[in-house]
Design a protein around this ligand. Structure first.
Ligand SMILES: Nc1ncnc2c1ncn2[C@@H]1O[C@H](COP(=O)(O)OP(=O)(O)OP(=O)(O)O)[C@@H](O)[C@H]1O
Ligand SMILES: [Mg+2]
Length: 284
């Protein structure tokens, strides 16, 4: 083909494309279906026979079913590597179950607008609670709107964190994390709890700290958490005895399956492995 012919054929193609674009523009638009928002209020969160694996050759979760009624606390406990955090990752929708369904009320959570879903769930991991930045940035993180001074201090107060933040000369502008002031474990946890209060999630997911704090700090963290859990549905990965004793329902998970379900008293009497696990592994 000559250069000219090539050019000409390209022009023709381009013209064809223009016509097609015109056709598309002339076609009335189908209304785009927006993904629905989650209706969490008053709805039961349910997992129905969930299977999941990160790698197809190695199943992780098998036949996991549970339910969390509104304003109750359900706890997951069990040996390390059993799949507890993986369940949280599925609920946060970082992964999709291989089979089975996660439902909020009658709505599959997979159908819900992702941003809307994530905005309504609060995740507090107490082991890695803060990131490098100011206290203000830590509190503001992921919120999508600017919090007023009053709101920020109120969140801190609810988490029993206002006093120690007041004592820093730079207050909310204090740098924390790697190069900033060194916060104690309990102070970090309370910043994370303040952040959760400010997000005001309907559904709270708590991955409890695996190490205990000094008793004074522990008491403040515990009180802040009790308060945070009020009026919300809470799923907690429990490492503390007091948490599972108070939970409405406990699911004991071993090697990716639920081997026991009930209250603490029920499981202590009918599940020897649970009883042994609690005696050996729980922080008192
Ligand atoms: N991102 C990942 N990719 C591949 N495998 C993973 C991933 N995360 C976890 N696993 C594997 O899945 C299994 C379950 O891990 P998971 O973190 O859910 O356990 P866990 O019950 O939370 O344990 P722990 O009590 O120690 O926190 C483990 O065998 C782990 O190695
Ligand atoms: Mg875990």
């Amino acid at each position: 083909m000559t250069t000219f012919a090539m050019f000409f054929s390209q022009v023709q193609k381009a013209m064809g494309a223009t016509e097609r674009i015109q056709e598309i523009l002339d076609t009335p638009l189908e209304p785009i279906q927006a993904a629905p928002k989650a209706a969490i209020d008053g709805a039961v969160l349910r997992a129905e026979q969930i299977d999941f694996s990160y790698d197809p050759k190695r199943p992780i979760l098998q036949n996991i079913s549970f339910e969390a009624k509104p304003n109750t606390v359900i706890a997951f406990a069990g040996p390390s590597g059993g799949g507890k955090s993986t369940i949280f990752a599925l609920l946060e929708r970082f992964y999709e179950p291989t089979s089975g369904r996660l439902l909020i009320g009658e709505q599959p959570i997979a159908d819900i607008d992702l941003q809307n879903w994530r905005a309504q769930i609060g995740y507090v991991s107490q082991d890695s609670a803060v990131f490098a930045g100011t206290i203000r940035e830590n509190l503001q993180y992921g919120l999508g709107r600017t919090l007023s001074e009053e709101e920020l201090w109120q969140g801190l107060a609810l988490a029993y964190a206002d006093q120690f933040v007041q004592e820093f000369p730079e207050k909310l502008e204090t740098q924390i994390g790697e190069r900033g002031v060194k916060l104690s474990g309990g102070q970090k946890q309370r910043i994370a709890i303040a952040r959760a209060f400010l997000r005001d999630p309907k559904l709270l997911m708590l991955d409890e700290a695996t190490a205990s704090l000094d008793s004074q700090s522990e008491e403040k963290v515990q009180r802040a958490l009790d308060h945070l859990m009020e009026g919300r549905t809470t799923l907690v990965i429990a490492h503390r005895l007091s948490t599972i004793v108070d939970a409405d329902q406990i699911y004991f998970i071993e090697k990716g399956t639920i081997t026991g379900q009930g209250t603490h008293a029920e499981l202590i009497s009918n599940h020897p492995l649970y009883a042994a696990y609690v005696n050996e592994q729980m922080i008192n």
